[in-house]
Design a protein around this ligand. Sequence first.
Ligand code: NAD
Ligand code: UGA
Length: 465
Amino acid sequence: MNKKITKICCIGAGYVGGPTMAVIAQKCPHIKVTVVDLNEARIAAWNDPDTENIPVYEPGLSAVVAEARGRNLFFSTEVDKAIDEAEMIFISVNTPTKTYGSGKGMAADLKYIELCARQIARVAKDDKIVVEKSTLPVRTAEAVKNILQNTGNGVNYQILSNPEFLAEGTAVEDLHAPDRVLIGGDTTPEGQSALASLVEVYNNWVPRERILTTNLWSSELSKLTANAFLAQRVSSINALSELCERTGADVTEVARSIGTDSRIGSKFLKASVGFGGSCFQKDILNLVYIARSYGLQEVADYWEQVIIMNDHQKSRFANNIVKTLYNTVSGKKIAFLGWAFKKDTNDTRESAAIYVADALLNEEAGIAVYDPKVPESQVYFDLNYLGSRDADKNKTQVTVFTDPYEACKDAHAIAILTEWDEFKAYDWKRIFDNMKKPAFVFDGRSIIDSASLTEIGFKVYTIGK
Ligand code: NAD
Ligand code: UGA
């Protein structure tokens, strides 16, 4: 018989820990779910009486939090206490690309994972099921197991891998009705019993046939593989977008034509200024690093090309702006509509907008940013983090607006970097009237009907057309 779970703790209250645990709490009122984090400001925001102020913006999330918080969902900075109480502990901390030492710029930095494992080992007094929710290199569970099992305090641990497949902007939808939930565990009877306990948690709302179970290593590697395949599709269509621009083919028509083949499928074929987000690049770099560390050079080179293509797409978009604006943007105002890496999120990590801005700032352009969900401080943080120029210079060259019409006023060009729906509903005639002429739009997301913009008088560039 497997253990029935009544108390869960999740270490890491970020974009994954917060939403996933909120949905588990919503769907399993009989389970007490405590989400802990070292970041006091983040926990305070999760506890804000007004659930509209929670730190992660996701459609539908504040309602889920409002329903479960205080009932069986808790956010806290008391990590030890939550570990001690829980029967099942999810690790959902960040696993960024290493910025130092061996594997710098490629391998996943596992220091936060190791710290969690050590903390659990120090605190736990009774048997625990430890669930890897973070995305990890294949065979990480082995290291976690080693740390936990060598404490000598008689506690038994079972390690499960339960990678998360939600996409930002649709997190609640994805968590409510996932294509699949993946759980990997040891093939021993104890491993299978722990696995059954987690299956039971998800089975409160996910049909059993959608809960896939595998061994630990398959589960860990499947997560990296899924992200690599998704990113590869974006780079594939983006590679074709450049060829479309040269040949007169239209990438939207090409995508539709190939997408109706059920073997190819229609999703994830939208050409863009390049994929962003905290995970695609990091996870592919990690995959490349793992392949190289096993001496699999061709495998590593194959996947690395997905990143090379994505970098090319971002710089080609920026170069095209400079070239079209008569080979100089120095002293010109370029308005950016969108800063987030995709619509319906306030997350800007690895957003294409940051890199396009950086390239234009190098050419001495002035940039006016408007994004419906990203605050001014985040825009400066992202540019300063990149480190291409000092903070004062970023502050002089970049202005952040809360009104899109003000951002576009007197601009020489508009660049659309995020596919926010509201952009389609703007009064584009009014925007045109207040811009420098000729007025250009560079649509990096193919969201605005280029014919109607051209009719107003804009000169329009749409990716892949
Ligand atoms: P995040 O940076 O938003 O959140 C991680 C949180 O962990 C931070 O708040 C940090 O303070 C906290 N933390 C780090 N070390 C800690 C410790 N020792 N004790 C307590 N708290 C600690 O990251 P995220 O986007 O939620 O991603 C987490 C993991 O999930 C990553 O491995 C990522 O690859 C994976 N993932 C992310 C997404 C996504 O959409 N963002 C989707 C699927 C998987
Ligand atoms: C992605 C995966 O879709 C999730 O399954 C996974 O859990 C997650 O990464 C993760 O591991 O972090 P996410 O990055 O949130 O989710 O968002 P996506 O919808 O995948 O978009 C990623 C980027 O690709 C965005 O910049 C988006 O604009 C871009 N994209 C996506 C395109 O340019 N074209 C497309 O057709 C699709």
